[in-house]
Design a protein. Structure first.
Length: 270
């Protein structure tokens, strides 16, 4: 599933195409993706001007001058194709601007989603209610994380994947950040000391920033709007490296937690 850096990369690519443009056509080619698309999607978008683009957790946000925001999620395999020469089978929704640029939301597995709502009410969007701070914002620091983890007996990895603790973190970058900070994914969240949480927050910010800088990770079907794949995968420290050796001499181990692979070095992560 595309994670925060991949969504950030996608939004940055769409911003070059859509920001400031008037939408001449908004057309859906099916009634649903993961859930039904809003029936008034075409009416609310056609003729509107895009005023801003952003991201919340793993969701992309497209704001218009009608005080609406189009909220998209890429699901497992979704991507926006820019100026395609022809439509493909899995292009389920298109936005075309008055200047002639075309973006198509392509989603073979249809686990993505499209929603639209008044931008003033975005905080009440079902996925955003109770959501934690953005990990790259100043609102996320060791003090905030320590407070959120107080009394939590669940493993630290599970807590970092909890969107109510911190928004947008996914399996790849949690594994990477835990290794960078030398913390075992299995340790009880409340038992991680303040100094270690300081290192963890720094690692989270560093790994996400590095991944965004190179366009995200090449994982399954992810691609940015211009069709370029991300290249952070070559810099993974532990993710996908089962059996390979760390500088500490221990091999990368893998186990399954709640259906997800956890990669870690047992010797240097405690």
């Amino acid at each position: 599933m595309p994670e925060l850096p991949e969504v950030e990369t996608t939004v940055a690519g769409l911003r070059k195409i859509l920001d400031g443009e008037v939408i001449a056509r908004a057309e859906a080619f099916r009634a649903d993706l993961r859930w039904p698309m809003p029936v008034d999607l075409r009416q609310r978008l056609t003729g509107a001007r895009v005023t801003n683009l952003g991201r919340r957790a793993k969701y992309g946000l497209i704001y218009t001058d009608r005080d609406d925001v189009l909220i998209f999620h890429l699901g497992m395999s979704g991507r926006w194709r820019v100026d395609p020469s022809e439509m493909e089978k899995h292009d389920h929704f298109v936005l075309e601007t008055h200047s002639g640029r075309l973006t198509a939301l392509n989603d073979p597995r249809r686990f993505g989603s499209l929603d639209i709502m008044p931008s003033a009410h975005i905080g009440s969007f079902k996925a955003f209610v109770g959501m934690g701070p953005e990990p790259l914002s100043d609102d996320f620091d060791a003090s905030v994380l320590q407070t959120a983890l107080e009394g939590r007996a669940a493993p630290i990895k599970a807590m970092l994947l909890n969107q109510n603790i911190v928004a947008g973190l996914g399996n790849i970058y949690v594994c990477e950040a835990l290794h960078m900070s030398g913390i075992s994914p299995a340790i009880a969240a409340a038992k991680v000391s303040r100094p270690r949480l300081e290192r963890l927050v720094t690692a989270i910010k560093e790994v996400l920033t590095a991944a965004i800088a190179v366009g995200g990770s090449t994982l399954r079907d992810f691609a940015a709007p211009d069709g370029e794949l991300g290249y952070f995968a070559k810099d993974w420290r532990v993710y996908g490296r089962e059996g390979q050796a760390c500088m500490c001499g221990a091999p990368v181990k893998r186990r399954i937690d709640s259906g997800r692979s956890t990669f870690y070095y047992a010797k240097c992560q405690r």
